[in-house]
Design a protein around this ligand. Structure first.
Ligand SMILES: NC(=O)c1ccc[n+]([C@@H]2O[C@H](COP(=O)([O-])OP(=O)(O)OC[C@H]3O[C@@H](n4cnc5c(N)ncnc54)[C@H](OP(=O)(O)O)[C@@H]3O)[C@@H](O)[C@H]2O)c1
Length: 323
């Protein structure tokens, strides 16, 4: 079968598209024929050995897929032919992936695979962050940093479903147009305006209730300074490459909480709550409240480009590989 293989740690252009053996199906596992695989920023970090988890090559990256179960191992009650969203710990960028039965979510046959492969990581993370880590309440304001990116776009869409007002920070005209197409309530061009002052103006001097920060670097402190009393800053990631160091007096004087968010780890420790969130997310889709349209659909041969775009600050919206 065809797969994207990391044979040595380094930039995405080192990835190989190779023929490798179809995986075995062990007890308790299912073999998924992958139709679409989601691509995420962490994939670009993982292949460089720069992610929280470091793997020894060779390995096949890819942590979210949508496809059809082709074979099941002993002890699995899900029927062959069932369409599923899968969360492989590794191996998603390939024609087949074998994973534990507890890491799949059955969906209807009509469920769009492009949507299924776009949902888990970005929408799972953004929903967990807003619902469970920030305890976001309707009417609150949310500043989304890196708003046109994968996490950012999921946060905008889910925030609107949850009744929040969004202020979306972006760095180019193309990114601005994209977040406007998603219904951004306000846009801040943090490439050419002062983030703190603009956000303060947009909130009548009060500041925002919640910040979702997948970017890091200098904008984190600017966002914190534009946060309201009792606000929450959600630490999602450091796409900018720089981990900010914050003076804690900023949190004291305004009663601000800086809240860490590591969705993948939480899904391991809280499977019931994870399942509950997925049920809600899928119902948002089925009820037409949430419309997910991946902006970038790549062929498997284009996987290195898909990953490079994250590192070059070029990714906009959701990226997937159609297998
Ligand atoms: N905590 C978790 O559980 C979790 C889950 C998934 C992802 N993440 C992390 O979240 C971060 C963002 O992921 P994503 O999928 O949203 O990525 P993305 O689509 O590339 O979006 C990141 C955004 O960051 C901004 N940015 C600023 N400086 C950048 C730079 N030097 N390089 C790249 N982007 C830069 C860009 O927006 P502007 O150009 O508008 O500034 C970009 O749109 C990553 O660090 C990822 O590892 C964390």
């Amino acid at each position: 079968m065809k797969a994207v293989v990391c044979t040595e740690l380094g930039l995405p252009n080192l990835l190989k598209i190779n023929e490798i053996e179809k995986p075995n199906v062990e007890n308790g596992e299912v073999l998924i024929k992958v139709e679409v695989a989601g691509v995420n920023f962490p994939d670009a970090l993982l292949v460089q050995g720069k992610y929280q988890i470091v793997l020894d090559p060779p390995f096949v990256p890819g942590n979210e897929v949508c496809g059809v179960i082709e074979e099941v191992g002993e002890g699995v009650k899900i029927a062959v032919g069932t369409k599923v969203i899968g969360l492989p710990p590794i191996g998603g960028f390939s024609e087949y992936v074998s994973i534990n039965k507890n890491l799949v979510i059955p969906v209807n046959d009509e469920f769009d695979s492009l949507v299924g492969a776009s949902l888990p990581i970005n929408y799972g993370t953004a929903y967990y962050a807003l619902k469970r880590r920030a305890n976001a309440q309707p009417g609150e304001s949310l500043l989304v940093l890196g708003a046109s990116g994968g996490i950012g776009t999921a946060a905008i869409q889910l925030a609107h479903i949850m009744g929040l007002k969004t202020i979306c920070a972006v760095s180019s005209d193309e990114k601005e147009n994209y977040v406007k197409s998603l219904g951004a309530n306000e846009v801040v061009r943090y490439d050419n305006t002062d983030l703190k002052e603009t956000v303060k103006d947009l909130t009548n001097g009060k500041g925002v209730d919640i910040v979702i920060d997948p970017v890091g670097g200098k904008v984190t402190e600017q966002a914190l300074r534009a946060t309201a009393f009792n606000g929450r800053l959600l630490v999602i990631g450091f796409a900018n490459g720089e981990i900010p160091k914050i003076s804690l007096n900023l949190t004291l004087v305004k009663g601000i909480s800086i809240v860490g968010v590591w969705w993948g780890r939480w899904t391991n420790t809280s499977p019931n709550e994870t399942a509950e969130d997925f049920t809600e997310l899928i119902s948002f889709i089925n009820d037409n409240k949430l419309k997910i349209v991946p902006k970038n659909i790549y062929r498997i041969e284009e996987a290195p480009t898909a990953l490079e775009n994250f590192l070059k600050r070029k990714n906009i919206g959701k990226s997937v590989i159609k297998i």
